[in-house]
Design a protein around this ligand. Structure first.
Ligand SMILES: N[C@@H](CCC(=O)N[C@@H](CS)C(=O)NCC(=O)O)C(=O)O
Length: 217
């Protein structure tokens, strides 16, 4: 039985693939697992049936038989454990790849999201112009650390893994900020992720949802 994930009926990112169903779609495509998508409006996300699946009333969720999961990182981890292709077999290499999954979501993503939220929601605040450079310095700090570690490698730990999938997903949030371009190896790393056929299929599928919804009757 194919798993079912949830996604926005009309994504606020206008099809840029920044909503967090995207890493889940990408992971499912990487391992060749077909899936169903249930689309939700903002109102439906906050109603009881969805909150039974997701306590915070968000997307994505993942249902597979009796199992229901939320949190994109946990869902990607579940997919990577279930199927070959996203985590190495060797125990130590696997632990290192999992470490990068956590690093993406708990060390690199927070300053990136804080900056995006400020740009999106706080532009009219008196302190915005003073705060933005502080937030951007925090992002630059992480990018330069990541750039140093990545060096000339294609991926963070040998072969492409769920760690790279989540890191590239997180870094994509910086597109259009001008920040990524200062780190040539990190920009190339993101481009390498986006060039993967599984990424492209996932991206096209989420874009098709947005295009259909926005050109509706
Ligand atoms: N940490 C969660 C974050 C989930 C999240 O922020 N989802 C967004 C879409 S990307 C959402 O549902 N936003 C609507 C809301 O919070 O009301 C994850 O990675 O799954």
């Amino acid at each position: 039985m194919s798993p079912t994930i949830t996604a926005f009926k009309l994504s606020p990112d206008r099809g840029k693939g920044l909503a967090r169903d995207m890493p889940v779609r990408w992971a499912l495509e990487e391992v060749g697992q077909p899936y169903e998508v249930r689309l939700l409006s903002f109102d439906e996300m906050k109603e009881a049936p969805h909150r039974a699946l997701h306590p915070f009333g968000q997307i994505p969720t993942y249902e597979e038989g009796d199992l229901a999961l939320f949190e994109s990182g946990a869902i990607v981890f579940h997919i990577a454990q279930r199927h070959a292709g996203l985590l190495p077999d060797d125990a130590a290499a696997r632990a290192r790849a999992i470490t990068w999954m956590f690093a993406a979501l708990s060390t690199v993503e927070p300053p990136i999201v804080e900056r995006s939220m400020a740009v999106l929601m706080e532009r009219d605040r008196t302190w915005f112009e003073a705060r933005l450079p502080i937030l951007e310095d925090r992002v630059r700090n992480r990018l330069s650390e990541l750039s140093r570690r990545l060096g000339d490698a294609d991926w963070l730990e040998g072969e492409f893994s769920a760690g790279d999938l989540l890191m590239v997903s997180v870094l994509r949030r910086l597109k259009g900020s001008g920040l990524l371009e200062d780190y040539a190896n990190v920009s190339a790393y993101v481009a390498r992720g986006e060039a993967r056929p599984a990424y492209k299929r996932a991206f096209d599928d989420q874009l098709a949802v947005f295009t259909a919804a926005s050109s509706g009757p």
